[in-house]
Structures are given as structure tokens and as C-alpha cells.
Design a protein around this ligand. Structure first.
Ligand code: GDP
Ligand code: MG
Length: 439
């Protein structure tokens, strides 16, 4: 998913103005990428519509950096799609709180039972009792007991001759007696959903009335994971989802569809085989990961914090009126310097893509230091009206800034050129005021 989107993202990020055609193109790529990642087609359709709607709307067109704003919209919509942060676990009014784990065989129920117990103890100081209620697979009880030993936690089992409903009930009695405040019931799974399994799970559920029913879903199974989640939820009304094997799933398709299809929150993620490989599910992080754009994101954040939109608008007006001064220039440079490497930054400066000459001539990072020094050596008046500088003043300024007269002259010339360029650019934008921010 990430690969596919990278190119599109790169293309659109630096855009100083986004046309409806750009958005369409982007939307098409996102759509294909999502479908390729096994995201449910209906989910994709809704998502794309929302992205398009927002991306051609005011929010983007009036922003400082429309290209990045589009990406931001995509990320936000992906995040919303996966739900808010939902890692809370119910606490019963009267202990113990009962959690029932359900899911297909191999999804990771037993492993997750251990991980969750570990999490409850470590993060919430609880003392869980693990319950082996998968009586069909001979090794299942052993597996949980081994986990219990590893974690030094009690495991309740009655062998595999006793009905899982009775096991669950007895386990809760024991938890009360032993003051275990959580009971986590590891149930059986099948390779495929069948009635017998569902009947059994429904019986357990109706007799112990768990406070949480967690559906454990293997994220590697893609579209299947969604279908499974949908039918488990339909029959058992689960309270949350645990997505396992996210460490192996680079596509993230399951994560994207589950909330939309089941309307149940993804609460936790399994990210490895060890008991510590377990974390609260963060929709936002997942969205970034899916977009494979950690660096792009941080650029967006930088752009958002460092470039004050209002200031930029004021600047635009100044440029339009050709009243842009060396003071403004200095201020701009300050903002630019706050943001880091210049190459990345050029893309963020509105309209800078077009200022090719400016980039090469003026914004060489080493030169910036000199430029700053020269401007600082000018008087207030000179900064506003550079033409008043005579030869002797230029000499003084060169001396004061540790540069040469020719460097001062070059800067003055470039500044005039820049002003001309700005005027031209803003000139072509007249009549389109308020739409996009082409400086
Ligand atoms: P169950 O049949 O649903 O109880 O599934 P298990 O808990 O026995 O897990 C099946 C397999 O998946 C085991 O080999 C686990 O080690 C592995 N597994 C479970 N969760 C994760 C995970 O988050 N990441 C990885 N890489 N493997 C996992
Ligand atoms: Mg198991």
C-alpha cells in the first residue's frame, strides 16, 4: 500500500496549487492502493468520496500548502476510518471483570490471552486468572498453562472432558475466592466459522455475561479477516477487536476495514510473538504507517507550526503591492531557518516551486548567513528603500557584515529581481483571489 502511494504523495506534496484534476488523480491512486490492500470495496468508495469532497473544498484550496493539505485530509480520513483511540477495558462493578476471547483457530487468541493478562498486570496492577476453555485441541490447555508459568500467573483448567460453559463458571467462582480481579477466558476456534462453534460461544457468553468480548483477528488474512469479523460480531456482538500479527502485515487492509464494517473499535494490536509485543491500537499511527510517510508527515507538522498563515497572507498583500522590504525578507528567512534543510523547504514555501531562479541564486544555505548579516547591517530606512544606499554606505555595510561590496550589490540586485518576480506571480493571480495561495 505504501509503495503505491509514495509516488502520488511525492507528486502532490509540493504543489502550490491543487487542481480538481490533481485531486482526482490522487483519489484514484488511493483507491487502487486500498483495494490492492484488500480493503473492503464499499469502505473504499465511502472513503474516497469523503476525501474528494474535502480535498476540493475550501479547507484545502485556502490553505497555505494545498498539496500537503490534501495528504493531511487523506491521513485524517484514514484515521477516522479506523476509529478513535480505544484501548480502555471495562471494569465490572463487582470483581471479577470477565473478558472472553473469541476468534478463528490460529488467530492468536491464546497468545493474546497471555499478552492481555500481562498488560493488565503491568499497566493496571491487576491480577488476572487465565481460563483454558478450548477443550478440543489437545495442546491448547498446555499452551495456556505454559504461558501462565512464564508470566507467573494462575491458569484455571479442568482438562478436556468438561463442558466449556461449566469451566468458565467454575473459573469465575475460583477468581472470586482467590481475589483475582480479572478473568480472561481463552475459547476454542475453528478453521472456519461453523454453527457448532458459534453455539458454544453463545452459550458461554450468555451464561457468564462477560464485560468484554474481544474478537481476535489475524491481520494477515486480509479480506477474510473482515468477513470473519463481521460474522463473529453479528452472532456474538463483540465489544472490541484485537488485531494480531500487525508486525507481519504491511498492507494494513484489515485494520482499515474492520471498524467500518463491524462498527466495533480496534482496541489492541499484537505486534509479535512475545508477551510484551502488545500495544494499544493507535489509528493515527496506523494511518501514517499505511501511507508510509513518516517524513512527509513531519514536514507537514513543521509547516503547520512554523508558517503562520496570517503572516503569509499579509506577505502576499505586500508582494502584490510590491511593498515587500528587506525586513519582510529577513522575517521570511527566519521562518525558513526554523524549518530545517532548504531542499525540503522549498516545497513548502507557497509558490516557491516556480521561483527556480530564487532557489538557486538566493537560498543556498551557506549564503543565507551572509545575506542575513548584510540585511542586519542596513538601517531601518535602507531595508525599506534599498535604492537610497550609496557607494559609501554599501562599503560600510559590507564591512559591518563581513562581506564584500560585490556581495552586497548582488543581494540588492537579486532582491529587486525577486520583487519583480513576486509582482509578476501575484499579478497573474489577480481575479482569482481567495482561491489557492500562489504567491
Ligand atoms: P489461537 O489458535 O487463536 O489460540 O492462536 P495462537 O495464540 O495459538 O497463535 C497462533 C500463532 O500465531 C502462534 O504461533 C503465535 O505465536 C502467533 N501469533 C499470535 N499473535 C501474534 C502476533 O501478534 N505476531 C506474530 N508474529 N505472531 C503471532
Ligand atoms: Mg488457542
Amino acid at each position: 500500500l505504501a509503495d503505491r502511494l509514495q509516488g502520488t504523495i511525492k507528486k502532490i506534496t509540493g504543489k502550490g496549487k491543487v487542481s480538481e484534476q490533481d485531486v482526482k488523480e490522487m483519489a484514484r491512486e488511493v483507491r487502487l492502493a486500498l483495494l490492492e490492500a484488500d480493503v473492503n470495496f464499499k469502505v473504499v468508495k465511502d472513503l474516497i468520496n469523503r476525501i474528494k469532497e474535502r480535498a476540493v473544498g475550501q479547507e484545502v484550496m485556502e490553505s497555505l500548502t494545498p498539496g500537503q493539505q490534501v495528504i493531511k485530509v487523506v491521513r485524517e480520513e484514514l484515521t477516522t476510518l479506523m476509529g478513535g483511540e480505544q484501548s480502555k477495558i471495562a471494569v465490572a462493578d463487582r470483581a471479577p471483570t470477565v473478558i472472553m476471547m473469541v476468534g478463528l483457530q490460529g488467530a492468536g487468541k491464546t497468545t493474546t490471552t497471555g499478552k492481555l493478562a500481562n498488560h493488565l498486570r503491568k499497566k493496571h496492577n491487576r491480577s488476572p486468572l487465565l481460563v483454558a476453555a478450548d477443550i478440543y485441541r489437545p495442546a491448547a490447555i498446555n499452551q495456556l498453562e505454559t504461558l501462565g508459568e512464564q508470566l507467573d500467573m494462575p491458569v484455571f483448567s479442568m482438562g478436556n472432558d468438561v463442558n466449556p460453559v461449566d469451566i468458565a463458571k467454575k473459573a469465575i467462582e475460583q477468581a472470586k475466592a482467590e481475589h483475582n480481579d480479572y478473568v480472561i477466558i481463552d475459547t476454542a476456534g475453528r478453521l472456519h466459522i461453523d454453527n457448532e462453534l458459534m453455539d458454544e460461544l453463545q452459550q458461554i457468553k450468555s451464561s457468564v455475561k462477560p464485560d468484554e468480548t474481544f474478537l481476535v483477528v489475524d491481520s494477515m488474512t486480509g479480506q477474510d479477516a473482515i468477513n470473519v469479523a463481521d460474522s463473529f460480531n453479528e452472532q456474538l456482538d463483540v465489544s472490541g477487536v484485537v488485531l494480531t500479527k500487525l508486525d507481519g502485515d504491511t498492507r494494513g487492509g484489515a485494520a482499515l476495514s474492520i471498524k467500518a464494517v463491524t462498527d466495533k473499535p480496534i482496541k489492541f494490536a499484537g505486534v509479535g510473538e512475545k508477551t510484551d509485543d502488545f500495544e494499544a491500537f493507535h489509528p493515527e499511527r496506523m494511518a501514517s504507517r499505511i501511507l508510509g510517510m513518516g517524513d512527509v508527515l513531519s514536514l507537514i507538522e513543521k509547516a503547520e507550526t512554523n508558517v503562520d498563515e496570517k503572516q503569509a497572507k499579509e506577505l502576499e498583500t505586500k508582494m502584490r503591492n510590491a511593498s515587500f522590504t528587506f525586513d519582510d525578507f529577513l522575517e521570511q528567512m527566519g521562518q525558513v531557518k526554523n524549518m530545517g534543510p532548504l531542499d525540503d523547504l522549498m516545497a513548502m514555501i507557497p509558490g516557491a516551486g516556480k521561483m527556480k531562479g530564487l532557489k538557486n541564486a538566493q537560498l543556498d544555505e551557506k549564503q543565507l548567513v551572509h545575506v542575513e548579516a548584510i540585511i542586519q547591517s542596513m538601517t531601518k530606512k535602507e531595508r525599506q528603500e534599498p535604492s537610497i544606499m550609496n557607494a559609501s554606505r554599501k562599503k560600510r555595510i559590507a564591512k559591518g557584515s563581513g562581506t564584500s561590496v560585490s556581495q552586497v550589490n548582488r543581494l540588492l540586485k537579486q532582491f529587486e529581481e525577486m520583487k519583480k518576480m513576486m509582482k509578476q506571480m501575484t499579478g497573474t493571480q489577480k481575479g482569482k483571489k481567495g482561491k489557492g495561495m500562489n504567491l
